[in-house]
Write a protein that binds this ligand. Structure first.
Ligand SMILES: Nc1nc2c(ncn2[C@@H]2O[C@H](COP(=O)(O)OP(=O)(O)O)[C@@H](O)[C@H]2O)c(=O)[nH]1
Ligand SMILES: [Mg+2]
Length: 297
């Protein structure tokens, strides 16, 4: 890492990302509008603000938390006070253990909800696809009920299709969680926000295109000086050229093809890299934390 720090002056990285002619409009799948409608109906058309809520920031094992304090402060400034960082893949996450006490206190402190008969809690888990909503439910069941999976987990957006499945996660107090399919805001702010969401597995890869996703990932890793990709793929030096990087990844993984090229002097066999397979490996490595802990925002 130190070595590349020195090299940094020699390699000039891009200062901003040019996504080319891309539109975010078609990245928002129609089924999400339906999901949002159903959730609204369930919470009886009330604004979410009136209900007590807790912001769970999951996959903390994948995030670079060196800016955690600043992040929490910024969230608090925008009015979000109850924040919990979790890792739902961990067998025992001590923050998961805190969730039920925090939630019961939140509810009981709100006068409107502080009714004698309120011993039965029902919460809705809302978030973008693939953040780990189903995993959170399973993790809570593991922690409080010592029970196994109830909600299907998947690495692709769209695994939880059945809207609003009610699952018990705790028996003292009795608490149920409503698992929901992930929703995105109907309007994605910018192409760059869209690319961040896509890298986190929130938007189906093929809608966005693995080529631009891989390029944005490379741009981000260089910008944040997260150079573990260099060693992982045997690159020698950091590079800002995605074609070059993907070529080396393809060679390293043996994802190359022999094709015959017809030339003026006869047919010759040449080796071409499988750029798409290389891009997917790069993206998958990022998503599973193999390229280090990264904070895209
Ligand atoms: N690294 C890591 N992966 C997680 C965590 N929680 C969930 N995942 C993974 O993220 C993917 C999506 O999880 P899922 O619960 O189906 O997300 P949902 O779409 O929000 O319900 C799965 O591959 C999970 O194994 C976490 O805390 N850390
Ligand atoms: Mg789910």
């Amino acid at each position: 890492m130190k070595l590349y720090g020195v090299l940094r002056n020699a390699v000039t990285f891009r200062r901003c990302f040019d996504p080319g002619q891309r539109e975010v409009a078609h990245w928002f799948p129609g089924h999400m509008a339906k999901g949002i409608r159903q959730m609204r109906a369930t919470i009886k058309n009330e604004s979410l603000d009136v209900r007590p809520h807790l912001l769970v920031l999951n996959k903390m094992d994948l995030a670079d938390l060196s800016t955690k304090q600043t992040m929490v402060k910024e969230l608090e400034r925008s009015g979000i006070k109850n924040i919990l960082f979790t890792d739902c893949l961990k067998q025992r996450d001590h923050n998961i253990k805190k969730l039920v006490p925090i939630v019961t206190e939140l509810i009981n402190n709100k006068p409107r909800f502080n009714r004698e008969e309120t011993t039965n809690y029902c919460l809705m888990v809302i978030g973008v696809p693939n953040v780990g909503k189903s995993s959170l439910i399973n993790s809570l069941r593991r922690t409080y009920l010592k029970k196994g999976r109830a909600s299907k987990v998947g690495g692709e957006p769209g695994i939880t299709k059945a809207v609003l499945t009610r699952i018990q996660v705790c028996d003292r107090p009795i608490m149920h969680l409503l698992d929901t399919p992930g929703v995105l805001p109907p309007k994605i702010e910018s192409v760059e926000t869209g690319l961040k969401l896509a890298l986190c597995g929130t938007i189906l890869d093929h809608l966005v295109g693995e080529d631009v996703m891989a390029d944005y990932l490379l741009y981000s890793l260089n910008r944040l000086q997260k150079f573990s990709y260099v060693e992982r793929y045997g690159l020698g030096d950091p590079s800002d050229d995605i074609q070059h990087v993907l070529k080396r990844i393809a060679v390293k993984l043996g994802k190359t093809q022999r094709v015959t090229a017809i030339t003026g002097v006869g047919n010759i066999a040449i080796t071409v890299p499988n750029y798409s397979a290389a891009a997917y490996d790069f993206i998958r490595a990022f998503r599973s934390g193999k390229l280090g802990q990264v904070m895209l925002d």
